[in-house]
Design a protein around this ligand. Structure first.
Ligand code: ATP
Length: 206
């Protein structure tokens, strides 16, 4: 009988809003690394007609589903924003579905190692899914500036989102590796290439 192949190392990539996660993930992807994004998965698992969307509708009411059968994310966000119990209920529905889909996509993706993009890694306690935690770090002032430019929101709106996330300190204390995103994209590329060599060396088939 063939021995089961050893598991592929998985690296969890996280960081606050606007820290540069997508930019960093794109640089790893350009090196041929399979990237699995839990933001994308969180939309896939609530497709119209999915069992999870039906459960969310049952818990939160028909106001969170649009006429076309899509999840109305804004309505749902408004419901949970000031209601910790509602947020906990939503997490209890979403997290198992996200974990299951993540496991499915990870098993199918192959590669020498994989990058799992998990923006709310620290908040959701999903740290155990990966062998290493990679944090993209930058100063909160820089996050605020990028989010305002990219999303066209006010300083107050950007601050409110930051305040609802884990602190920079909490994130850094969960980190095995850190990418500092305070300079040019070329600086990011240099850091990604160095990590890529180290992560490849973790692979059972380097
Ligand atoms: P979110 O949490 O909102 O998904 P994110 O952490 O994925 O954000 P990105 O989308 O990668 O962050 O970056 C936020 C914005 O800042 C983007 O418009 C991106 O192009 C820009 N940006 C990120 N890093 C740099 C950099 N080093 N130089 C210039 N622009 C940057």
């Amino acid at each position: 009988m063939r021995k089961p192949s050893p598991p592929i190392p998985r690296i969890a990539l996280t960081g606050g809003i606007g820290s540069g996660k997508s930019t960093v993930a794109g640089l790893f992807a350009a090196l041929g690394v399979p990237v699995i994004d839990t933001d994308v998965i969180s939309r896939q698992v609530v497709q119209p007609g999915s069992p999870l969307l039906a459960q969310i509708r049952e818990r939160f009411g028909s106001g969170v589903v649009s006429a076309g059968g899509q999840l109305d994310r804004r309505a749902l966000r408004n419901l949970i924003f000031t209601d910790a119990a509602a947020r906990a209920d939503l997490d209890a529905l979403m997290h198992p579905a996200i974990r299951a889909e993540l496991a499915r996509q990870s098993a199918a993706a192959g590669g020498r190692y994989q990058l799992l993009v998990i923006p709310l890694l620290v908040e959701s306690g999903m740290t155990g899914l990966a062998q290493r935690v990679l944090v993209v770090d930058c100063a909160p002032e820089e996050q605020l500036r990028r989010v305002r430019v990219r999303d066209g929101v006010t300083l107050e709106q950007a601050r409110a989102v930051l305040a609802a996330q884990a602190s920079r300190e909490a994130r850094l204390s969960a980190a095995d590796d850190i990418i500092t995103n305070t300079g040019e994209i070329q600086d990011l590329r240099t850091q990604v290439e160095a990590l890529h060599l180290r992560y490849r060396a973790l692979s059972p088939n380097p």
